[in-house]
Design a protein around this ligand. Structure first.
Ligand SMILES: CC(C)(COP(=O)(O)OP(=O)(O)OC[C@H]1O[C@@H](n2cnc3c(N)ncnc32)[C@H](O)[C@@H]1OP(=O)(O)O)[C@@H](O)C(=O)NCCC(=O)NCCS
Length: 203
């Protein structure tokens, strides 16, 4: 039986007017350090071991939430579908993360984002998420993407609107209700379990 070999599946760099979006390389120390820092800032105390997020936690999470061959034209990606937003070109400073995650087979792949506090409210999350969504739907060919957020997250709900997403019902994350936005024509979610760490195979 042939087994799939991990390969380059996703575009290494995407460009927008002001940003270069580079595919997260979890074997690159600087990339990993940036994502660890973002998680410790955004979800302090949320790391799985003692609260503090480590490189190992980020690698485990990234592997766990990778798009599966059934999402990716039968191909096994060696990378998570996570892009780092950099100012200017692909060597510019990292200012944010835009991620596509497969948490569970019963909820479509979700798009998410984080931007460094000092760079917020400048349109970067909207600009980066718009490009990543266009890439994955129109260029890569995945038809169903959702966006899951807390009902109180005004910025995130505005971004969903700017991405032309529509009311997609709700899911449950660790017992909390989260609102969902979907692409027009997709089915609404009805309270499905949305496990942050995913329920797929872990490497
Ligand atoms: C959510 C987040 C990524 C937004 O990043 P950003 O680069 O500031 O977003 P944008 O500049 O593209 O702003 C999008 C819209 O939200 C608005 N907005 C941004 N921050 C806001 C805030 N704190 N309160 C209210 N509105 C806000 C912007 O004004 C803009 O709306 P407008 O075009 O009508 O003015 C950023 O706040 C963040 O990293 N938050 C923590 C992580 C998070 O919550 N991620 C989303 C999880 S689903």
């Amino acid at each position: 039986m042939g087994s799939l070999q991990p390969e380059d599946v996703f575009a290494p760099v995407l460009h927008t007017e002001r940003l270069a979006l580079t595919l997260f390389n979890m074997n690159d120390e600087d990339d990993l350090e940036f994502v660890v820092m973002m998680f410790n800032m955004q979800m302090p105390g949320g790391g799985p071991t003692d609260g503090n997020w480590t490189g190992k936690d980020i690698r485990r999470l990234s592997y766990s939430l990778m798009l599966k061959p059934s999402d990716a034209h039968g191909r096994l990606s060696k990378d998570a579908a996570i892009y780092l937003a950099r100012l200017g070109d692909a060597t510019g400073p990292r200012i944010g993360v835009i991620n596509l995650c497969r948490r569970t087979p019963i909820v479509p792949i979700d798009i998410g984002y984080m931007v460094l506090p000092e760079h917020r409210k400048s349109g970067y999350a909207t600009e980066g998420a718009t490009r990543v969504l266009r890439y994955i739907t129109e260029e890569f060919g995945i038809k169903e993407i959702c966006l899951v957020t807390d009902d109180s997250n005004i910025a995130s709900k505005k971004i969903a609107e700017k991405l032309n997403m529509v009311d997609g019902g709700h899911v449950m994350m660790s017992g909390n209700k989260c609102v969902v936005f979907v692409l027009p024509g997709m089915k609404k979610l009805e309270g499905q379990d949305f496990p942050f760490w995913g329920d797929g195979e872990e490497f």
